[in-house]
Design a binder for this molecule. Structure first.
Ligand code: GLC
Ligand code: MG
Length: 248
């Protein structure tokens, strides 16, 4: 057995199957102690909503926490986001302008204040409007010279983030910092904002059995032999995938 970099989404990926979560947490914690495996959570949640889930589910302390869809990286249990990463995202980013431009779309309902972050502007957008409205929003924002990316998840959540940022790029930033090969890295997810984790390179990928249609559709369009579609849900599917790739 060898150290690996374990990167997982939280809602409906690590969390959602209580029995399997207890089992997986024990195995990961031991692997970290014995081999130096690193554990990273990568969530769309703000630090505030992350802490709620951490307490509720008694989650292991991660070695790094990636919040707000890849736009904030917290290392060594720090309360301050990594400045090197923030600096990379800051150039050309203008959240006030994004807010004002998006006001002309009545279909967009702002998410709660806690989820509006320095490098993330978030709305609820009903699925029935998404196909039509998303390209229009993108075109309009680009007209203003805004270098952004739209990430739509779970048929409801729309995140607008800097172009250089998503869960995939944040994962690679950590992978390079800690010098893990792509083959010794595994990423796990269930929904739209996790596509970036699977798409950015050839890290091993585990799609949990309960994955959302948007991720399954993408996986069917871009299949890869370094990606595993699990049978079981959430942490159960992760365990299955870790065994499939020989990490356990
Ligand atoms: C989490 C965040 C929300 C975001 C969603 C999808 O639910 O709280 O702001 O839109 O993830 O990334
Ligand atoms: Mg999820």
């Amino acid at each position: 057995m060898k150290a690996f970099l374990f990167v997982t989404d939280l809602d409906h990926t690590l969390v959602g199957n209580d029995k399997a979560l207890v089992e997986l947490s024990e195995i990961l914690s031991q692997h970290r102690q014995e081999y130096g495996t690193k554990i990273v959570y990568s969530t769309g949640r703000s630090p505030l909503l992350y802490r709620e889930l951490q307490v509720e589910q008694n989650l292991l302390q991660p070695d790094a926490l990636v919040c707000s869809v890849g736009t904030e990286i917290y290392l060594n249990h720090s309360d301050t986001p990594d400045a090197e990463w923030s600096d990379i995202l800051a150039s050309g980013w203008n959240r006030e302008l994004i807010f004002s431009v998006t006001q002309s779309f009545p279909e967009l309902e702002p998410q709660p204040d806690s989820e509006q972050r320095p490098f993330k502007v978030s709305f609820f957008l009903k699925e029935e409007f998404a196909d039509k409205i998303l390209p229009q929003i993108e075109t309009k924002l680009q007209k203003y010279g805004l270098n952004i990316k739209l990430i739509y998840s779970s048929g409801i959540d729309l995140d607008i983030v800097p172009h250089k940022s998503d869960k995939g790029q944040a994962m690679q930033f950590l992978r390079q910092k800690w010098k893990f090969a792509a083959e010794q890295t595994v990423v796990c997810g269930d929904s739209g904002n996790d596509i970036a984790l699977f798409a950015v390179g050839n890290e091993r990928g585990i799609i949990v059995g309960n994955a959302r249609p948007e991720l399954l559709k993408w996986h069917t369009e871009y299949p890869a032999d370094y990606r595993y579609l699990a049978q079981d849900d959430c942490a159960g599917g992760i365990l299955e995938g870790l065994k499939y790739f020989g990490f356990l």
